[in-house]
Every structure is written in structure tokens, then in C-alpha cells.
Design a protein around this ligand. Sequence first.
Ligand code: 5AD
Ligand code: SF4
Length: 472
Amino acid sequence: MEQSKNNGEGAVFPREQWEYCDRVRLLLSERMDHPPLAHVHSYGCQQNVADGEKIKGILARSGYGFTDSVSDADLIFYNTCAVRENAEDRVFGNVGALKGLKKKNPGLVIGLCGCMMQQEHVSEKIRKSYPYVDLVFGTHALQLLPELLYRVLTENKRVFDTAERSEEFVEGLPIRRDGNIKAWLPIMQGCDNFCTYCVVPYVRGREHSRRLENVLRDVRELAEQGYKEITLLGQNVNSYGKGLTGDVTFAGLLREIEKIPGEFRVRFMTSHPKDCTHELIDTIAGSKKLCPYLHLPVQSGSDRVLAAMNRHYDREKYLELVRYAREKIPGLTLSSDIIVGFPGETYEEFCETLSLIREVRYDFLFTFLYSPRVGTRAASMEDPVPAEEKSRWFRELLAAQEEIGAGRNEALVGKTLRVLAEGEGKSGPGYLSGKSPGNITVEFAAPPERIGQFSDVRITRSLNWAVFGELV
Ligand code: 5AD
Ligand code: SF4
């Protein structure tokens, strides 16, 4: 099986894989008495959703249309997430539910891909206990999907490809985007940080940045196609540029994007506090295109726990960054991820997290109960605190955040926000729903032609899930 080649421009989607797309399309047109339909579902983070758009791009190129219903599908792909146990449980549950469909329709192709499949114990479990799954491929085999699918359709046996391939970002895969207003744009892949709780570096491999000119070309194309919001994606966007020739940094990339003409706005995720520089914050502050929004996952407010997590910053350094960002970027929206119940965390240490969130007053908080992941360092640490106790801490954290968040929307009343309308609102006919630069949901009365456009909206009242306003 030929690997993607480095032609000096970065790795590219191999030519013979395009040919496999054509072979699959021909095969399907000969075999099927109806246009083939695929159901593709991506679990987990936006990076995975972006991979799902590439999978759909390959399938569209191979002759498939798409359906939201598994029972109408000729091919079902679940693009899985391994970051926490509950995400994995959901996948196993949903795959189990496909057994009956496969019995009724033996020609149905069932495929599993994504981060979970890159873990050996998972792919072995699928091999042994889910015999009706036809195709398993990991995150390192996405660019080989056309060939793998062709083999499933012609060889009458199950196909597994979960080999690790540490290579560059593969450019040029076909993409079928889920929407025409907002676009995901991966700028790098993998992670080298090895936070001790996290499985990502094991399943997504080493960090590789895309070449600057490739990212800029994509942004230009998306802007020309009329996309109004582009979210730059990476596990740790702040270390963008590492390993590229020349002095390329994330702040430098953002400054280049700023020069691209067109009315569009830019977000990015995720930022690691250890690599978040004042230069980056100054760049956001001086930009017209970048949203004043920073997702800066702190994980814990305790220095001992942060060190055990291998995060490479402490509470004071983090708070200093937040102070600097708040000072430089007026109206900054700030959000974070928190893990509750890391192995060995004490109640006192958890209280340091509580005091940190009260000090920072995040606009949004994404909270997770620690989930042990096979192969990570934290999975072999002593973890004496019982699950019920951790759940109690978790509820305490949610209650604290609810109190902090309560006044946030109220404070927007009277302000005018630039809102990108994304679709019809929940408030009934004639209402549109969109997002502010700080990603707050805004509902307002406007004609449907405004969907996909920016509008200035004056906020008149607030609820906890959204604010309401009038067109200015
Ligand atoms: N358990 C709980 N939460 C985790 N995260 C990553 N790994 C784990 C784990 N093993 C959380 C972190 C990260 C977010 C994407 O998921 O908070 O920032
Ligand atoms: Fe996981 Fe840490 Fe990498 Fe984020 S930075 S993907 S939490 S190892």
C-alpha cells in the first residue's frame, strides 16, 4: 500500500487514492439498483468533526450521497473519540445497536474510525466481539480510506488498518463541509505535550504544523466561497510553527490571516496556557477579524495537581495571563476546561480550583470528571477518592459556575453586538439565531435572507441560554 509522499510541499493525498475513489464509484454503479447512501457520525472534538468532513469528501467522490438515518444507509461510519470513557461507552452502545440492521441487510458496510480505533485494546475488542463491523481504520489511515473501502467491497473479508504512521499533515484530501457559513480549518495535527491524563498524544501521534502558505491558501478560498467564520483547529494551536522552516509562529499566522480581504471572522482552539504569549494576546487585541474570545483550559487551580498533570504552568502564571488578556482585550470572553478528581486530588486542592474559577469568572466552563485512559501516566497513579465523593465535588463546581454565569447575559442588555445569523431562531417564525463574537447565542427578528450575514443587534433582554435583541 503506497504511503502519501513528501514532494517538498508537505505530504499530499496520493494519486492512486483518487483512482480508488473512481473504482469504488464504478463498482457501486454496477452493483446497486439505487444511488448509494452513507451515514457518517463524528463524536468528540472539532478536530474529529473536521476529519469527518474529509471522510464525507472521500465518500462523496466515491459516489455516495448522505442520509441522517442509519436505517436508510448502505454504509455507516462512526468516527470515534477516545478522550473520556463515556464517549467510548456511547460508541460501543451505538455499534451494538447496528447488529440487527446488518442481519436484515448483509450488504450494509459498517466502519469504525477515529481516535478509539488507534488504541489496540479497542480494535481487538471490535475484532473479537463485533464481527459485523467490516472496516476499522485509525486516525493515521484517513488518506488510505478509498483503497480500504475498495478492499471491503471486493475482498469479502474484514479490513483493519490501525498502523501508526508518523508523517506530515496530508494536504489535498477532498472535503465535504457540513455548512456554508462556518468552516473548521485544521492548522496542525497531533500533540507533543503528554499531559498525564490525556490519551490524545497516543492516538493522534506527534505534532505537525501545516505549512503557512497552505493554511493561508485555504483561508483565502473559504473567504472567497463566502464563509463568514473560520475556526483554526489544533490540539495546541499556540505551538503552531514548531518544526516548520523559517520563523513561523501562531501570532505570525494570525497577522497574515488578518491581511486577507473579505468580511469574515476568525476563531481558534485550543490554546495551551504554557505557550500562550503576550504577543498572541496583543495580536488578538489589535485585530479586526479575530474574535475577542480565548478558550484557555486551566484544568486545575492547584499547583501540585498542575505539576502532576504535567501542564508546565502554575496558578500564578495562569492568572497573570488572564489579567494581561483582560487588560488588553476589552470585552474578552474567556472559557476553560476543568478536570475534577484527578488521581490523588484532595478536597483542599479541589477547593483551589473553586477559588480560581471565582477569581477568573469565566464566561463558559467545560467540566469533566477524571476518566482513566489506558496507557497514560495518570492511569497508574493511586486514586483513592471514591467516585461518589468526586461527583459531589463536581456538583459543587457546577453550582459555583452557575452563580458566576448568572449575571453575564444580563450585563449585555443595552449593548450592540455584531451577530452572525446561523439559522432560524427558537422563538418562532420571523426570528433568527446567531452568535456574538464572544459566542453568545443571540435571537432577533429579521428576514431569513439575513442568515449567513453579519447584523448589528441591540440587546434588549436576557435569559440564561441566550440574549434577545433588535436589528439596529
Ligand atoms: N479525563 C477527564 N477529562 C479529560 N480531558 C482530557 N482527558 C481527560 C481525561 N482522561 C479533558 C481536558 C481537555 C478536554 C478536551 O478534555 O479538560 O482539555
Ligand atoms: Fe491532551 Fe494536553 Fe495535548 Fe491537550 S495539550 S491534547 S490535554 S496532552
